[in-house]
Each structure stands twice: as structure tokens, then as C-alpha cells.
Write a protein that binds this ligand. Structure first.
Ligand code: PHE
Length: 371
């Protein structure tokens, strides 16, 4: 009897190990343990046996049944694992897909332009200085050769703050700086010459229209030593606009102009054409110039300014220049309305903004790809 059971066990075990997919294995299970299965059928014969035989055979059959059930389970998990391994080996995960575009932020044109200006002037050896937005009368006007009551102060109306009771003399009157030229004074007072700096910052005037907002950004430049002259000023600024607008032969002109803190003073224009309807920067192909666009103020630093910073004008000399950053961005990137810079409209930023990973550098000609 136990031999029969042993043979049956071997037979069924072979069937189980031979089943090499889950479907076949389940079929084996039904033929053995199902309602009409072989072991089930044997179980049913127990009822007809006498008590003694039923006991020994019943026990043996139960052991067999459990052993077979275990074997099936083991085979089943082996088959499932095999199936998963095959699936994993055949499925590939493409991790080379680029991230979704709409999740990307953009660099504001003002920040972008500041980066580009920094790159160009850093390449010429200028370092970056800083000064406060809240200035006083001395730094914003007097030290820059706008004495109290000077009519040139009228050109730069600004916002005044309550007087600083603890300050002395011309430091009492607090105001929002009208230009970054105040940083020239602060830098020259705090540092030893030679000076070769640029400075970026917010500036304020009480104006508001398509090309003026009460707050805007400026960049200042200052170079002071014993030999720097007007020729250096012209060369430096011509190189700068050529690098910034990426036009190697961009024509410039200097027109005499008045700023109290420079002598002589000038405005620099770049060649442009309005014939095509829009604005095109640069001269015509034959070298002729249709029109000029004013882009910055400049000049040789006035002796009175050098004196107010403790420098002897007989010994030191140099140039300064200042420009509006929005204006540079509008010209380079074709942005028509200054006011839109500050509306915080995400659609505007998506259109005029820049890819964060696209950093400017002079090696690639500060060429920027529009995002
Ligand atoms: N500060 C002047 C302005 O705001 C610009 C300027 C700077 C002119 C330096 C000459 C020299 O208009």
C-alpha cells in the first residue's frame, strides 16, 4: 500500500516539476487535488475501509496530500519568479527622456542683461562695486558737482524720505538715488586708486510713460588712474557695445553733452536704421548710417568730483559712464514697452525670459539662445 503511495508521489512530483508554466501547473493541480482528482478519489475510498485500515491509509494519504500541495506551491513561486525575470529583461525604461518644458523657470531679461554686461566688463578687468538705494544729498548730488540749488538737480527729480536727524550737513536729506553715479563717490572714498569698477543697481525718478518708470536699473562704470584719457573711454565703450550687440563693426558716435560730474561730457550713440519698419542696429552695408540711437552718458571725471573724494586732480584722471539696463535689454531683445518689465506676467517672462542653463560667456560671444 505504502508502495503505491510512494509511486503515486513520484509520478505526481514528476508531473509538477515538468510543468513549465503556470497554466500547466494548475492543470496538474486539478487532476490531483481537484474534486475529481486522483488523491481526492483515493480519499473517497477510505469510507469503505474498516477502522484500522482507514486509520493508517488515511494518515498516509493526508501526508501525501500535504506534500503534493507544498510541491505545487514551491513550483508555482519558482514559475512566477521566472515569469517576472523574463518580463524585466524584455522591458526597457527610457531614462533619456528630457524633462517637461513647462516646469522650467526663466531668467528675467534684466538679470540676463546684468550677467552679460558683467561678463563683458569683467573681461576688460573691471570689478563689481555696490552702493545703497537710499542715498543722501551729498552722495547723489553735492559730491558729484551738483551744489545745493544747482539747476541740474531739476533734471533728476526723485522721492525724498524724512530727514535723518542724527546726520550732519548734506547727509541729513535722504532720498532714493537718481543714478548709480553715487557709487563712484562711495567707492573712491573707501578705496585707494587706481579704480576700475562697474556697479549695477536700482535707481529712482518721478517719471512714468512708455519709456520711463519710477524705478529702473542703471549700470555705472568708473576708471581712474594717472594716465587714462578720452581715447581710452572711446575705445572701451566701443568695444563694449560691439561685444554686447554682437556686431564686430558696429559704428558709434560721441556727441558733446552736459553732466555736472564730467568734463568733457558726452553721449554715445550707436548706428541704427528704422527704414525696415522696425529698428535695426548697425550701419548700412555700404557703411553709411541712417540714424543714431543714444545709449549712454559718459565723460572724463570732473576735477571737483576727484577733489570731493580726496584725490588730487593734478595727479589723477579717468572716465565714467552710465547707462539704463532696461534700455539695453529692450534694444538687444526687441522688447517694446518698458512698463511690461515690472508687471510680473508669467507669459511675458516665458516669451522674453532666458533658459537658466544658458549662461553668457565671452568665449561664445555672449550669444544667447531664446528659450
Ligand atoms: N548718471 C548719469 C545719468 O543718470 C549718466 C552718466 C554717468 C553720465 C557717468 C556720465 C558719466 O544720466
Amino acid at each position: 500500500m505504502s508502495n503505491d503511495i510512494q509511486n503515486l508521489k513520484t509520478e505526481i512530483s514528476n508531473e509538477i516539476t515538468a510543468a513549465n508554466d503556470l497554466k500547466t501547473l494548475d492543470d496538474v493541480r486539478v487532476t490531483v487535488l481537484g474534486k475529481k482528482g486522483r488523491i481526492t478519489a483515493l480519499m473517497k475510498t477510505l469510507g469503505k475501509m474498516d477502522a484500522e485500515e482507514r486509520k493508517t491509509k488515511g494518515q498516509a494519504l493526508n501526508v501525501l496530500k500535504n506534500e503534493i500541495a507544498d510541491l505545487i506551491k514551491t513550483q508555482e513561486s519558482a514559475l512566477k519568479k521566472q515569469e517576472m525575470d523574463t518580463r524585466l529583461a524584455s522591458e526597457t525604461l527610457d531614462i533619456s527622456l528630457s524633462p517637461r518644458q513647462q516646469d522650467k523657470g526663466h531668467i528675467h531679461p534684466i538679470s540676463q542683461t546684468i550677467e552679460e554686461l558683467t561678463a563683458i566688463f569683467a573681461d576688460m578687468g573691471f570689478s563689481v562695486a555696490e552702493g545703497p538705494d537710499i542715498e543722501d544729498d551729498f552722495y547723489n548730488f553735492t559730491a558729484l558737482n551738483f551744489p545745493p540749488g544747482h539747476p541740474a538737480r531739476e533734471m533728476q527729480d526723485t522721492f525724498f524720505l524724512p530727514d535723518d536727524e542724527e546726520a550732519q550737513g548734506e547727509h541729513i536729506k535722504k532720498l532714493l538715488r537718481t543714478h548709480t553715479s553715487s557709487v563712484q563717490i562711495r567707492h573712491m572714498q573707501d578705496n585707494q586708486p587706481p579704480h576700475k569698477i562697474i556697479c549695477f543697481g536700482r535707481t529712482y525718478r518721478s517719471d512714468y510713460d512708455m519709456t520711463h518708470t519710477p524705478m529702473f536699473h542703471q549700470m555705472e562704470g568708473l576708471m581712474i588712474d594717472k594716465t587714462t584719457h578720452m581715447g581710452h573711454l572711446k575705445g572701451c565703450l566701443q568695444d563694449f557695445v560691439r561685444a554686447f550687440f554682437e556686431l564686430d563693426d558696429l559704428t558709434v558716435q560721441f556727441r558733446p553733452s552736459f553732466f555736472p560730474f564730467v568734463e568733457p561730457g558726452a553721449e554715445m550713440d550707436i548706428a541704427c536704421s528704422r527704414k525696415t519698419g522696425g529698428l535695426k542696429i548697425g550701419a548700412n552695408k555700404d557703411g553709411s548710417v541712417d540714424s543714431w540711437m543714444e545709449i549712454l552718458g559718459c565723460g572724463m571725471v570732473h576735477p571737483n568730483v576727484l577733489k570731493s573724494c580726496g584725490l588730487d586732480p593734478e595727479e589723477y584722471q579717468g572716465f565714467a559712464f552710465g547707462m539704463g539696463i532696461e534700455r539695453m535689454a529692450m534694444l538687444k531683445y526687441g522688447i517694446p514697452d518698458l512698463r511690461t518689465f515690472y508687471e510680473s506676467d508669467v507669459r511675458w517672462l516665458e516669451h522674453y525670459g532666458f533658459d537658466p542653463l544658458d549662461r553668457p560667456n565671452n568665449a561664445t560671444g555672449v550669444k544667447q539662445k531664446r528659450a
